[in-house]
Design a binder for this molecule. Structure first.
Ligand SMILES: NC(=O)c1ccc[n+]([C@@H]2O[C@H](COP(=O)([O-])OP(=O)(O)OC[C@H]3O[C@@H](n4cnc5c(N)ncnc54)[C@H](OP(=O)(O)O)[C@@H]3O)[C@@H](O)[C@H]2O)c1
Length: 338
């Protein structure tokens, strides 16, 4: 039996459904009593949670996502990693490091089966378990069917998925990797630390013109994190039989409005292009293979893991907005207090 304690923790709730992007008043962060786990449950103290652009669509109540929207008055959810601090189930013990979906709160109490134990020694920091490498990997390998020698273009290349997609494309045999991003500084980061062959600021004139200059040979694979003008431009510049992996919709997520679409699809037919949407949850069977490769690449220094850490749950709502405004590079995570 477990007795009650006076432990409390912060949690973030949605208090209104905004039209367009949310403001700070659409969230409340409150301190609540943390119960001890009932039989079959565990209590987890969160260490890090993931911030993701898709959370803005869950706040807006979008119905076309493969996950439930956030409900007003309820704690929001999202990927997080934490440490078991009390267990009433034999499958998990105190001190275990676990991944789960109970983000946006300092403590999570739930059935043990909803927590997935991960290797404490896998990475230099537990936050790397929250990274977007698997998304990038399956987008390239399964959706885009990457081949050695391909010229690969990645949009939002300095973001969580983009930083991984560009580097993994290179490691998997791409001959040229090109990225687009939102500032000259981020473009320099891509061609410097992250080893992209070329990068451009998408504010710097029509994207189709930048792509034609940078990829006169055409593009074989486009990893689309953005939609809108990026997708239309890529379709124009794709080589015959090119493959587009539709990963994200940052154009829409950053404005709160649907983007204006892929345009005339005549070139998709004429050039026999493939456009394939994917969601990482359909490809979880790739996780062990990816994890083995990723750990090897990290230990050999073959890949750079780029991450921005925001301290404290209270700062998370503003950080979510800043994320899609381009304030950060790499994977953005919130670190909980110790
Ligand atoms: N299919 C799946 O299974 C799956 C899984 C995870 C994520 N996703 C989606 O993939 C996309 C990328 O996710 P992520 O977590 O890696 O996000 P991210 O790229 O880290 O997102 C933040 C970045 O978005 C960029 N951005 C914002 N508005 C933009 C616009 N209008 N045009 C171009 N770039 C813009 C900003 O970079 P700049 O400074 O460069 O503008 C910002 O740094 C998201 O749409 C996400 O929902 C899909």
């Amino acid at each position: 039996m477990f007795s009650g304690t006076s432990r409390t923790g912060l949690e973030a709730r949605l208090v209104a459904r905004p039209k367009g992007l949310p403001g700070p008043g659409d969230f409340e962060i409150i301190e609540v009593a943390v119960p001890e786990p009932a039989v079959g449950h565990v209590l987890v103290r969160n260490l890090f949670m993931s911030l993701e652009p898709a959370m803005l669509m869950l706040i807006a109540g979008a119905s076309d996502l493969p996950m439930p929207r956030y409900e007003i008055g309820e704690v929001m959810y999202g990927a997080a990693i934490g440490e078991v601090v009390a267990s009433a189930d034999p499958s998990l013990g105190t001190g275990d490091l676990v991944m789960h979906r109970f983000g946006w709160r300092e403590y999570a109490v739930a059935q043990a089966g909803l927590f997935h134990r991960v290797d404490r020694d896998a990475y230099p920091t537990p936050s790397i378990h929250l990274g977007s490498g698997l998304v990038a990997y399956v987008g390239l390998m399964d959706a885009a069917e990457l081949r050695p020698g391909d010229t690969v273009f990645v949009s939002s290349a300095a973001g969580a998925t983009g930083t991984m997609a560009g580097q993994i494309a290179r490691l998997k045999g791409a001959s040229r990797v090109i990225g687009s991003t939102g500032s000259p500084g981020k473009a320099a980061h891509l061609t410097g630390e992250l080893g992209f062959d070329a990068a451009f600021d998408y504010h710097d004139g029509p994207i189709v013109d930048r792509l034609r200059e940078i990829a006169p040979e055409g593009i074989d694979v486009y990893f689309d994190n953005v939609g809108g003008e990026h997708l239309r431009a890529a379709i124009e510049v794709m080589s015959p039989h090119g493959r587009i992996a539709l990963c994200g919709s940052l154009d829409r997520q950053s404005t709160g409005r649907p983007d204006d679409g892929p345009g005339d699809l005549l070139s998709v037919m004429g050039k026999r292009l493939t456009m394939r949407g994917f969601t990482v949850s359909d490809h979880r069977d790739r996780a062990p293979e990816f994890s083995t490769q990723f750990r090897t690449w990290l230990s050999e220094g073959a890949i750079v893991y780029d991450e921005t850490v925001i301290d404290g749950l209270a700062n998370a709502p503003q950080a979510l907005l800043d994320l899609v405004k381009g304030a950060y590079t790499g994977k953005t995570v919130v670190r909980f207090g110790t």
